[in-house]
Design a protein around this ligand. Structure first.
Ligand SMILES: Cc1cc2nc3c(=O)[nH]c(=O)nc-3n(C[C@H](O)[C@H](O)[C@H](O)COP(=O)(O)OP(=O)(O)OC[C@H]3O[C@@H](n4cnc5c(N)ncnc54)[C@H](O)[C@@H]3O)c2cc1C
Length: 455
């Protein structure tokens, strides 16, 4: 039998104003923003915790600031504030971040690194969502969209409480993979132009010895000092160039896609060592992902072996944490009403419907935003093309590879999340589609809620 036809079933229905799909980087912020507008908001997250890639695969949050250090004379400006900054304030209160630690050494990549304690981040954002009154559905997978022409009427979810329908007026796709948009019939591409990664937290390391070793080999590219285990002025980030180390070590590290940029909030612990693996097909292929998950676990083990053998300070290192599943840098890229280009980014373009300002590019210093400026992300870049009441925020927007290497970064995804959640709530309140929401109302609401705009 090649196919089986499922029998139709009656599903229980819940009614909300706004549904946010995916409780990761952007989704958490989107749900808080929507609920704070006073609308009934449901958040659907497949895992048992919230936070997304910053708690699973990333290194540090890039970047709340413009890259002022790379351009002498340019003013330091915090470009992203609002709810993303509130999360950092809450983390500071529980000792869960280095704070905005200024980058030292090499200034042409980023000016500030904000590292987080991954476990405290999960707790803090969960509490903030609950305080905002969000209906939080963790361990719940979104499996389909219910459409009526170009309108999303609801979503179908699955959990141990069964298969359910959640109806709403407005929807935001923050799944990273663009699942909701794909189920809703949106157009998308799957560029598969980055490696996938699984990161490990490494315990039992001597951070000072590690740093001194790389320094002695002239291999430190950038570093940062910030709050570590409650003390300021401590090394919290080391970016290293493995090419300057012994060829035997560098060769083996390259073979397993091992990255030497790491951050920490605690003594004796590295938050992230990343292992990269380039899949031949898109990471939406379940069977190929299964093979990649195993390969990445083998790479993790090899990475720890290399660290123990070659890096002073890591002789007794062990794997203290692994990503629950591999992380993608880009999955489905959803076609929206506007597609920001890399030219617009590097020239610091702002739009008449800006919802945030951003100033970091992951390819710096090869590609930099000119003169330490910011560019704007327009509201229309999050409106899913052809669908009346669906926005998307996070790594799903921007098709050009280099443009995406700016817009996909954590703080950009969070800023987009605040705007998308706010817009979805306003649309639900006014009973209008995403294209009929007056931009001045969105702008005024965002600014009142602490969002900083540069135009
Ligand atoms: C290995 C790696 C390292 C990185 N390093 C950095 C870095 O150092 N600094 C930086 O700024 N950026 C970094 N990035 C980029 C950045 O972390 C991501 O682009 C960004 O976090 C994506 O946010 P998002 O909200 O789009 O997706 P995510 O944070 O992935 O959130 C998506 C959420 O949706 C959930 N979900 C998915 N599908 C479903 C479904 N069907 N039903 C229910 N829930 C679902 C997921 O479980 C997840 O929680 C890195 C990315 C990777 C992969």
């Amino acid at each position: 039998m090649d196919f089986y036809v499922e029998s139709s079933t009656k599903l229980p229905v819940k009614q909300y104003d706004v549904v946010i799909a995916g409780g990761g980087t952007g989704g958490v912020v989107a749900a808080i923003a929507a609920a704070r507008q006073g609308v009934k908001t449901a958040l659907i997250e497949s895992k048992g915790y919230l936070g997304g890639i910053p708690v699973e695969g990333g290194t540090a949050l890039h970047s709340f600031y413009n890259i002022w250090k790379a351009f002498p004379g340019v003013e330091k400006r915090q470009l992203v504030k609002g709810i993303p900054q509130e999360i950092i304030d809450r983390l500071v209160a529980v000792g869960g971040t280095t704070g905005h630690a200024e980058v030292l050494g090499r200034f042409d990549y980023d000016s500030v690194c904000t590292a987080i304690d991954t476990e405290l981040y999960k707790l803090v954002v969960f509490e903030m969502l609950q305080e905002a009154g969000v209906y939080i559905c963790v361990n719940t997978l979104l499996v389909d969209a219910i459409m009526e022409g170009p309108v999303v009427k609801g979503v179908i979810t699955e959990s141990r409480s069964g298969r359910e329908v959640i109806l709403a007026k407005s929807f935001v796709d923050c799944t990273g993979y663009g699942d909701l948009s794909a189920y809703a019939g949106a157009q998308f591409t799957e560029p598969n132009d980055h490696p996938v990664a699984n990161s490990i937290g490494v315990g039992n390391v001597d951070i000072e010895k590690y740093y001194e070793f790389f320094k002695s080999q002239d291999a430190v590219s950038d570093y940062a000092e910030g709050i570590r285990s409650g003390e300021s002025g401590k090394i919290v980030r080391v970016g290293a160039n493995k090419g300057k180390l012994s060829p035997e070590f560098a060769k083996q590290a390259t073979e397993i896609g091992m990255s030497f940029v790491t951050t920490t909030v605690h003594d004796n612990y590295f938050m992230f060592i990343k292992l990269n693996y380039k899949m031949k097909v898109s990471p939406t292929d379940r069977d190929q992902v299964s093979l990649a998950e195993l390969e990445l676990r083998r790479r993790q083990y090899k990475a720890i072996e290399l660290m123990r053998k070659y890096i002073p300070g890591c002789e007794k290192a062990f794997i203290a944490r692994t990503s629950p599943s591999l992380s993608i840098r880009r999955g489905r890229c959803i076609v929206c009403d506007y597609d920001i280009s890399n030219d617009e980014i590097i020239n610091g373009k702002h739009f008449e419907d800006d919802i945030m300002a951003y100033g970091f590019h992951d390819r710096a210093p090869v590609i930099q935003i000119k003169n330490g400026a910011s560019y704007g992300i327009p509201y229309r870049a999050m409106r899913v093309k052809g669908i009346d009441n669906l926005l998307t925020a996070g790594m799903t927007i921007t098709s050009e590879r280099d443009a995406h290497m700016s817009t996909r970064n954590t703080i950009s995804c969070m800023g987009q999340g605040q705007a998308a959640g706010t817009a979805a709530a306003l649309c639900a309140q006014k009973d209008v589609g995403t294209r009929d929401l007056p931009y001045p109302l969105l702008r005024e609401t965002l600014v009142n809620d602490g969002v900083y705009l540069e135009n």
